[in-house]
Ligand binder design. Structure first.
Ligand code: HEC
Ligand code: HEC
Length: 492
């Protein structure tokens, strides 16, 4: 009975301590200036460069999250076996317990090994990586010690009772170390706030956190643009890799100071020039290997927002302190925080391809526009075309005879605005406002004398200058005064 009570107290204490790290764990650290001791240690052993290990190490390192659950699970099983043995005073569980403990030890070494490979990349929070790395090693060592003492107890024919007790105590300590190491590991992978992101507000209050932010709540215009819009945007899209847990590219984006400091390259933000700012450049680049965030391009509104934010700044004060109410924020940016990460469209590759085609179209358009403008310039006689002065005389002398009040050859009239735009027999629009090339009338007057359909069919074709005038008139919108009534003035 006495063992029983002692055991219960110990278990409760143990369980309580296991919760502690999630409340008091992980302090924010700096981006790594110097290589953390743990990283230095493992890179030295394996002869790798911190921050640039051989691919094969990284490959194995990625198995760390998979491997680490084995030793943890086994230690927990060992714990329950021990609990059961103590409670029911069973003496037949020593061997299986020792076996499970031994397995936990072996697998913990594998997990630590893989973990060290991962750490060689050296883009994690240095404090966390030191604690997690050395802690993992300590954990493995403790499990090993517990195992060997238990083994020695068994080998002595269950005589060395002290060894059994030592094993038990060390196992308890290992269990506690495990909870701290595990917590730091979680923080390294998911960021420290991961556990509490979805916690109810009372849990957040107990653990000293601000209440949850409702993404649908209107944004307080008293907040700065940075606090109210930029920071939440980055939290959604960038913190995962650029905050206190991971600092990819030596860049943290989670505080103003870190943003001002920038990453391993210069020019993170150039005031007033998003196009020159690395932060924006990497969000819109076509390079699939460089794009930020790496999973793919962000929605256009998000990109526009970041551009707007940087372009509108003359200094850091504009960037970080300007209030929303003074910034004249376009409405479509105000709900930027409602867009979850899942709003990302295609993967970077497709998005980049689309972007490329768009750009090509844009370029082609530009070329075409300059060409059209040049052509227009060429055909345009000095000054704008005036219908009554420039066009009416041509129609009156050359067309109205056959397309006027008396005759409507081809069922087409050209003497009044109300008829001129209506197709005749051909059912082809004779005049398309703004588009000479699509106007059937222009097609007909541009034909040569030997063509049956040329207009006018008799008396010779129109002069180049007359044709140019008609084209220019149509391009300019084919203004035909409603009250104009053209009369036949052809030479009889
Ligand atoms: C999944 C991880 C991940 C996410 C999410 C992510 N990044 Fe990165 N980022 C990286 C990695 C990895 C690098 C380093 C690339 C290199 O060094 O070649 C990097 C580098 C950068 C750099 C270059 C830093 C320098 O000085 O070289 C910038 C700027 C950057 N990221 C901005 C962003 C922004 C802005 C977001 C959010 C919109 C974002 N990143 C989201 C992984 C990420
Ligand atoms: C001598 C008579 C004559 C004169 C002058 C004449 N046209 Fe025509 N026009 C015709 C005939 C005939 C047709 C029908 C041709 C056909 O259907 O094959 C026609 C057809 C048209 C049509 C096509 C109508 C349709 O939709 O089917 C247009 C447009 C046209 N003329 C414009 C003009 C213009 C502009 C002028 C002056 C520059 C002009 N014509 C001068 C006889 C004339």
């Amino acid at each position: 009975m006495k063992t029983n009570k002692r055991f219960l107290t110990l278990s409760l204490l143990c369980a309580f301590m296991c919760i502690l790290p999630s409340i008091f764990g992980g302090e924010a650290g700096e981006a790594p200036e110097t290589v953390p001791s743990f990283v230095k240690f493992v890179t030295t052993i394996f002869g790798q460069d911190p921050g640039a290990p051989a691919d094969f190490f990284v490959f194995l390192g990625r198995f760390h999250p998979l491997a680490l659950h084995l030793p943890i699970g086994m230690l927990v099983v060992a714990f329950f076996m021990q609990a059961f043995a103590l409670w029911k005073k069973r003496d037949d569980l020593h061997f299986p317990y020792c076996f499970v403990l031994g397995c936990s030890f072996v697998f913990s070494m594998v997990a630590v090994l893989f973990g060290s490979f991962l750490a060689m990349q050296n883009d994690y929070n240095p404090d966390l990586i030191n604690r997690h790395g050395w802690g993992g090693l300590l954990f493995s060592a403790l499990v090993g010690i517990a195992f060997f003492f238990k083994l020695s107890f068994l080998k002595s024919g269950q005589e060395k009772v002290v060894h059994k007790k030592i094993s038990l105590v060390v196992m308890f300590i290992a269990l506690n170390v495990m909870s701290f190491v595990g917590h730091d590991g979680g923080s390294l992978t998911h960021g420290e706030e991961y556990l509490f992101d979805y916690a109810p507000n009372w849990v957040r209050a107990i653990t000293g956190r601000d209440p949850k932010v409702d993404p649908n709540a209107p944004i307080d215009p008293e907040l700065s643009v940075y606090e109210g819009l930029v920071a939440p945007f980055m939290k959604n899209n960038c913190y995962e890799c650029h905050s206190n847990a991971k600092m990819k590219g030596k860049l943290r984006l989670d505080t103003v100071e870190f943003i001002q400091k920038g990453g391993k390259n210069e020019g993170l933000i150039v005031h007033g020039k998003a196009a020159d700012s690395l932060l924006y450049q990497l969000m819109v680049t076509n390079d699939e290997d460089e794009i930020m965030p790496p999973e793919g391009i962000l929605p256009q509104d998000d990109l526009d927002f970041v551009k707007w934010w940087i372009d509108g700044s003359k200094n850091d004060k504009d960037l970080f302190e300007k209030k929303i109410k003074d910034a004249n924020v376009p409405q479509r940016f105000m709900d930027i925080n409602k867009r979850a990460k899942s709003a990302k469209p295609a993967h970077a590759k497709e998005a980049a391809a689309v972007e490329e085609v768009k750009q090509q179209v844009e370029e082609a358009k530009e070329v075409a526009e300059t060409a059209v403008a040049a052509a227009e310039e060429m055909i345009k006689p000095a000054g704008a075309v005036d219908f009554m002065k420039d066009i009416a005389p041509i129609f009156e002398s050359r067309c109205v005879k056959c397309h006027g009040e008396k005759k409507q050859k081809g069922e087409y009239r050209l003497d009044k605005a109300e008829f001129a735009f209506t197709a005749g027999d051909s059912e082809e629009a004779p005049i398309v406002k703004g588009d000479a090339a699509k106007s059937y009338l222009v097609t007909l007057i541009k034909m040569t004398d030997d063509d049956d359909d040329v207009m006018p069919p008799k008396g010779g074709v129109l002069t180049a200058d007359q044709i140019a005038k008609i084209e220019a008139w149509i391009k300019a919108g084919a203004d035909f005064p409603a009250d104009a009534a053209l009369a036949d003035k052809s030479k009889k």
